[in-house]
Design a protein around this ligand. Structure first.
Ligand SMILES: [Zn+2]
Length: 240
């Protein structure tokens, strides 16, 4: 737990709805545990085929409420044109200094959408830069204690999985807050990837990940560090 008024968890993503779809269950679980959670969206998602940025902003607030977020911020960077610039890294570093998260979640670095890839890179750099005393931005130097990458359907290099069985239905509810994207029309249901219903996709994926660790539903995360173990017999791993 942080020793000040900082966040326990900050998830950084390119577009409103990215966090909900990929790690919404984890965010809800942390809120259930009494942790202070927040989301930083880099863009307003204005390039999406359906809805506009005003729809997306209202929907993001509704989803924040379902997830029990303490804070949600938006950097207002251009959707589909997020650049890997020092300027953007400093903008993220400013938010990190302001909200002081102990754990930062970033998109995994294996991505199809260029914004997701850039978000992963500049988010990672920003976590480091935020701790530099002489960085030309306001705020006290601060560096998150842990960075974890959120699995995005394609990668399989998981470091750990989190049980979201009790949170899965609320995760779906959070995604459903994006009515312009995932409402009930046929078009909206297939916007995520042609021919795939986003809810079927999330359920299948979470169930498959859950089977790996013996629970109903799970989400997967990757870290770059190795884990030091004192006593392998006490590792929280289930054999199936
Ligand atoms: Zn996205």
């Amino acid at each position: 737990m942080p020793d000040d008024n900082g966040l326990d968890v900050l998830a950084i993503a390119a577009h409103p709805d990215d966090v909900e779809i990929t790690c919404g269950g984890f965010m809800i679980r942390m809120a259930d545990l009494g942790r202070r959670t927040g989301v930083l969206d880099l863009t307003a998602g204005e390039m999406g085929t359906l809805g506009d940025e005003h729809d997306r902003a209202a929907e993001a607030e509704a989803a924040a409420s379902v997830m029990g977020l303490a804070e949600r911020h938006n950097l207002g960077l251009p959707d589909s044109a997020v650049s890997e610039s020092q300027e953007n890294k400093l903008k993220i570093a400013s938010v990190i200094r302001a909200v002081r998260p102990e754990l930062v979640l970033l998109p995994h670095w294996e991505q199809r959408h260029p914004d997701h890839l850039v978000c992963s890179r500049i988010g990672y750099d920003a976590c480091f830069l935020a701790g530099l005393k002489k960085l030309p931005i306001d705020g006290e130097p601060f560096r998150p204690r842990k960075v974890a990458f959120v699995s995005y359907f394609r990668n399989a290099d998981y470091s750990f999985l989190v049980d979201i069985s009790d949170q899965f239905e609320r995760k779906c509810e959070a995604v459903a807050s994006y009515k312009s994207q995932f409402g009930q029309t046929v078009t909206a249901k297939t916007i995520f990837q042609p021919g795939l219903d986003i809810y079927d996709l999330m359920r299948t994926r979470a169930a498959q990940l859950g089977q790996l660790v013996g629970v109903a539903y799970a989400e997967a995360f990757t870290i770059k560090e190795h884990i030091l173990v004192d006593d392998p017999q006490k590792m929280p791993v289930r054999s199936l």
